[in-house]
Design a protein around this ligand. Structure first.
Ligand code: ADP
Ligand code: ASP
Ligand code: MG
Length: 455
């Protein structure tokens, strides 16, 4: 068995879904379980509608839902052929429910994370149904599975964590038997708590669904089909002309994803590592391209750096307390506060009485600063970015830091971290400097590449 996940752009339209059907058909003999994202920008629009409803702007919210409806009806029905009438009934019933939900929220004028998840889940619920009908009309024996019966999560709505034991049991019980005789189609991103409340795994979470299902099935391979040729040496929207990385280790891919490579959700590789299942990144518009293979033992690489990752919208927090001079427990007090507000810290640097750290989730920034101010002075630097070199060879190669500093000679570096994992070297810089800094680093480290690993 294999798992094939198709992202938003890969299923954005009738034409895109038709391409996906061709790709899956070629793999039918490998008994694929297909995990799909919402079509195109559906999730963004649903969340925008939810926010409008929460602010009491009912008409704006309903207009956005109507856009989503039109897109799904138009593209969905064209794909379903003989099943069009049945699919039409499903889609209409679904939007009636969504309209009622939006109207209810607009009256109350309040949006809880739980309601956000209910609304956001509509994207994958609809796309998975439409794609099921599309596969059937393309001649494949296909069975739809509601992901909420499989992915069992805790109740941290909008950022739910899967309960792996329960989920793997559900995969065995529900997905495996269905996949014996049909192509299974299920939505990514969504799950449910043990008592059946709909949750989501966080933005970009369909990749994570695919790897959880792959691990639960003990699949041969997890394929992530997207809109680029694989993992590239840098984000193509930031640095054009990056090279395709043919193979990369789980640890390197995880680090790249964590430090901003959107091509993969950061949690994706964890279930794959646990069961040692290779993950492939492939392009649904160029299915013949070989993509990137993520495994525990990739081909040895002559280049020290495999890729450059970037994260924007970072806040640097500087914490200074002379009262803490020579006192122990300073760091503990600080991190307890971040822990209490469920805010993860990416980069840290310390001196005797000062600590600088970076966060990307500003939701609880105000209460965090207020708590910190009980024992320290706090200052913030907004609109910062992290640019990060990732590669297993960084730790064994002398001179990497020297080359990086030379490339960044006219960039004002706010913080430096040679990651504890020893496979990254990261810099916090102003967002304004990100593009030239990433380009300079790319030029320094990828002007010459090992053809065994890069294309
Ligand atoms: P999907 O909808 O298929 O999940 P995403 O938009 O989530 O696709 O991820 C694919 C995008 O990730 C690419 O279009 C690209 O802009 C971005 N990206 C960022 N960093 C990298 C990288 N190092 N290699 C490839 N793509 C990257
Ligand atoms: N549709 C969800 C999102 O846009 C999940 C995903 O595409 O991976 O975040
Ligand atoms: Mg994605």
């Amino acid at each position: 068995m294999i798992v094939m996940k198709f992202g938003g752009t890969s299923v954005e339209s009738q034409e895109a879904v038709a391409r996906v059907a061709c790709i899956v058909k070629k793999h039918e003999h490998r008994r694929p379980v297909v995990v799909v994202s919402a079509m195109g920008r559906t999730t963004d629009k649903l969340l925008e509608a939810a926010a409008e409803a929460g602010a009491g702007r009912r008409e704006q919210a309903l207009a956005l839902i109507d856009e989503v409806r039109t897109h799904h009806v138009t593209h969905g029905l064209a794909l379903a052929c003989a099943g069009a009438a049945e699919l039409d009934r499903y889609i209409r019933a679904h939007f009636e429910w969504l309209d009622e939900l939006i109207k209810g929220l607009s009256v109350v004028g309040e949006l809880s994370p739980r309601s956000m998840d209910l609304i956001a889940s509509a994207g994958e619920r609809l796309s998975s149904l439409i794609i099921t009908f599309a596969f059937r009309s393309a001649g494949m024996q296909t069975q739809h599975v509601d992901a909420r019966r499989v992915i069992v999560t805790d109740d941290r709505f909008t950022q739910a964590q899967p309960l792996l034991e329960n989920t793997y049991a559900a995969v065995q019980q529900t997905v495996r038997p269905a996949a014996e005789s049909a192509v299974v189609v299920m939505g990514g991103f969504i799950g449910a708590t043990q008592n059946g409340q709909t949750t989501t795994l966080g933005r970009g979470g369909s990749d994570y669904t695919a790897s959880i299902v792959g691990a639960g099935l003990g699949a041969e391979e997890i394929q992530i089909w997207t809109d680029v040729d694989g993992m590239l040496t840098a984000d193509p929207r930031l640095v054009p002309g990056g090279r395709r990385v043919k193979c990369i280790s789980f640890a390197e891919a995880a680090e790249m994803a964590y430090f901003g490579a959107k091509v993969l959700h950061p949690a994706t590789v964890l279930p794959a590592i646990e069961k040692n299942i290779p993950v492939l990144i492939l392009n649904s518009r160029r299915p013949e391209a070989p993509g990137t293979r993520i495994t525990s033992q990739p081909t040895p690489c002559k280049n020290p750096v495999k890729s450059i990752s970037c994260k924007r919208n970072i806040t640097v927090i500087n914490i200074h307390s002379t009262r803490m001079l020579m006192a122990h427990g300073f760091l503990r007090r600080i991190f307890e506060i971040f822990d209490r507000y469920d805010t993860s810290v990416d980069m840290v640097s310390t001196s005797e009485v000062s600590v600088s750290l970076t966060i990307d989730d500003r939701q609880n920034l105000e209460p965090i600063c207020e708590q910190l101010r009980h024992f320290a002075e706090v200052s913030l630097e907004e609109a910062q970015a992290i640019v990060c070199l990732v590669g297993e060879n960084i730790r064994h190669t002398p001179g990497i830091a020297g080359r990086a500093f030379r490339a960044l000679h006219d960039t004002n570096i706010r913080m430096i971290s040679q990651g504890a994992s020893e496979l990254n070297l990261g810099f916090a810089i102003s967002e304004h400097d990100l593009k030239p800094a990433a380009a300079a680093l790319h030029k320094e480290f990828f002007s010459e590449v090992d053809p065994a690993v890069f294309e």
